[in-house]
Ligand binder design. Sequence first.
Ligand SMILES: CC(C)(COP(=O)(O)OP(=O)(O)OC[C@H]1O[C@@H](n2cnc3c(N)ncnc32)[C@H](O)[C@@H]1OP(=O)(O)O)[C@@H](O)C(=O)NCCC(=O)NCCS
Length: 235
Amino acid sequence: MIGPADTRATGLRPGRPPNQIELDLERRSTRSIVVLGSGGHGRELADIVRDVQAHDAEVSLLGVVDDACPDLGVLARSGIRFLGDSSALEDRACELFIGVGAPAIRSQIAESFADPFGPLIHPTAIVGSGSRIGRGSVLAQRSIVTTNVVIGRHTHVNLAASISHDCSLGDFVTICPGVQITGSVDIGDRVFIGAGATVLPGVRICDDAVVGAGAVVTRDVRRAQTVAGVPAVET
Ligand SMILES: CC(C)(COP(=O)(O)OP(=O)(O)OC[C@H]1O[C@@H](n2cnc3c(N)ncnc32)[C@H](O)[C@@H]1OP(=O)(O)O)[C@@H](O)C(=O)NCCC(=O)NCCS
């Protein structure tokens, strides 16, 4: 269903005749992308969009929006256009990717906007057979998703992380750089897995859990539990 939030990012307006909606859908073949968030994660995401753009002329980065005060110097040095606060998205037909690393905040922001039309997959990322990646999710440089993996909406798999066979990741999950998720791991919504952590086969990590950097997770993690260390224990 197309609701008010949807019209904001897609440019679709309720009540248009069907032929007009078809025209809008056709226009979706060109992906104009805005990143929300100008911090480190947002700028990394903007770089991913530009790398995708270099391989796909249908994709373009319009710029970043941020409701907080951005560092205009670093944006200028990075060649990233600042479009203003999120009101700059009104009347703009674009896809919005949320450049915020914290799962709960990403989830809150997503409530106000339409989901992008698909995921964002860096040209160096690998996706195996039968795997499905949800709208608004991001696979960063050299990340690997092998076979029969399901990834939900707005989940970010960062640099050189790997997700092995038969895993399931929910919505708004953040997988930090260098994480290794082995086979048949089940990860809930809004889970944060810190840099370089390893999750052993068959482990279940429930919603809102946090795994510390470098942890080796050998057992299931409860909802909202924080674990760290080798083997990982509650902090
Ligand atoms: C695990 C983590 C979430 C805990 O954060 P926190 O609740 O603020 O914890 P604190 O920093 O107060 O540390 C609490 C204790 O846990 C220890 N600790 C913190 N992180 C740890 C980790 N990753 N592994 C092992 N021990 C850790 C601290 O040394 C401290 O021990 P002490 O009480 O004996 O002094 C956090 O340290 C972490 O690892 N975050 C991941 C960050 C990351 O990977 N970012 C990548 C961005 S790309």
